[in-house]
Design a protein around this ligand. Structure first.
Ligand SMILES: NC(=O)c1ccc[n+]([C@@H]2O[C@H](COP(=O)([O-])OP(=O)(O)OC[C@H]3O[C@@H](n4cnc5c(N)ncnc54)[C@H](O)[C@@H]3O)[C@@H](O)[C@H]2O)c1
Length: 316
């Protein structure tokens, strides 16, 4: 297949690109390499992590329809894997506009592209954050998700709705994947695992929200990528599917595992932050049934792999 990957210089995008290239697909990556976090890390994913693999890269903004149109004019895509987004719950409290621009207008642009260029398959990233403060655990795709706790979550839910409308109107086959707290090598510096490791390296105190009682369904990147690859191979009309480890762990456990590898660190315990949810936990019965999804990497094993990469990348 010829696949357009948006956000391919990002954490999940680069890993997905690697797997899909190895599976002999033709890959075109679009990313605007914005500076929400270290741009060098994004460039290194393309240069070092994807070294020796064949793909095309375009620095382009998905919020700019003309740029996407120029790329599509030169390529005939079978599928769009749409992962580009302004991610992060906390930043959406201070700059909601960039979330609207990239996540809503950008997604609309890609759906228009799919419509105009007759690209039938549209696999896209949603998020566990759409479940908001739902009390019922684990989170199931049949649960109501109309009460987002953050603007980021509201934009991710919007992506699901936009894709549904385009599916109904133009027959685009769409599959939205709700990712649950993804971590691993080449990860995202604004997320707990990477952020804590950075603070330890700089000998600064680690801020731990909800006094460490927060629970997250930490999911290793290779498991997520297996789910993405499987979704691309399928031909769903319209589906929304959870991709998570389905083994929620307390933040305290992540801290314990990081300290095992990096030594004890200074901690600053703080209350819950606005927009955050206390716990996430994926019901993955549907992912198992439709995608043969079966997460294999435990938090302990995954953290070991993350730390090995982190120490090598930062020369520790
Ligand atoms: N990592 C997680 O735990 C997680 C959880 C739930 C959902 N998601 C979703 O998965 C997707 C990938 O997340 P990630 O963790 O790899 O994040 P990431 O920030 O590493 O990757 C996103 C990439 O998109 C690019 N991008 C942002 N705005 C763009 C624009 N306007 N035009 C072109 N490119 C743009 C960024 O430069 C970045 O490289 C996102 O849609 C995110 O919302 C991630």
């Amino acid at each position: 297949m010829k696949i357009l990957i948006t956000g391919g210089a990002g954490f999940i995008g680069a890993h997905a690109a690697k797997k899909l290239i190895e599976e002999k697909n033709e890959i075109v990556i679009v990313d605007n390499l914005n500076d929400y976090y270290d741009v060098k890390l994004k460039k290194d994913r393309l240069k070092i992590f994807l070294a020796g693999l064949k793909f095309k890269f375009f620095k382009a903004d998905i919020a700019n329809y003309r740029q996407l149109e120029n790329i599509s004019a030169k390529h005939k895509f079978d599928c769009i894997l749409h992962l580009a987004a302004q991610a992060g719950v906390r930043y959406s409290l201070t700059n909601p506009w960039i979330y609207e621009k990239t996540n809503v207008a950008g997604t609309l642009n890609l759906l228009e592209l799919a419509k105009i260029h007759k690209i039938k398959k549209f696999v896209f990233a949603s998020s566990s954050s759409v479940y908001g403060g739902n009390a019922k655990l684990p989170f199931s795709e049949t649960d109501s998700v109309d009460k987002p706790l953050s603007f980021y979550a509201a934009t991710k839910k919007s992506c699901e709705l936009l894709a549904y409308a385009y599916h109904g109107l133009y027959g685009i086959k769409a599959c939205g994947l709700r990712f649950f707290t993804v971590y691993g090598p080449w990860g995202r510096p604004d997320m707990a695992c990477f952020k804590f490791a950075d603070l330890i390296r700089k000998n600064q105190p680690v801020e731990i929200y909800n006094f460490g009682k927060m629970k997250r369904d930490f999911t290793y990147i290779d498991d997520i990528v297996a789910g993405i690859a499987s979704a691309i191979k399928n031909n769903f009309a319209y589906e929304i599917i959870n991709l998570g480890n389905s083994k929620p762990e307390k933040l305290e456990r992540l801290i314990f595992l990081l300290e095992k590898h990096l030594g004890k660190f200074k901690k600053k315990y703080l209350p819950m932050q606005a927009g955050d949810v206390a716990a996430t936990w994926a019901d993955i019965e549907k992912a198992g049934r439709l995608l043969n999804f079966n997460p294999a990497v435990s938090l302990e094993e995954g953290i070991k792999k993350f730390i090995a990469w982190y120490k090598n990348y930062y020369n520790i």
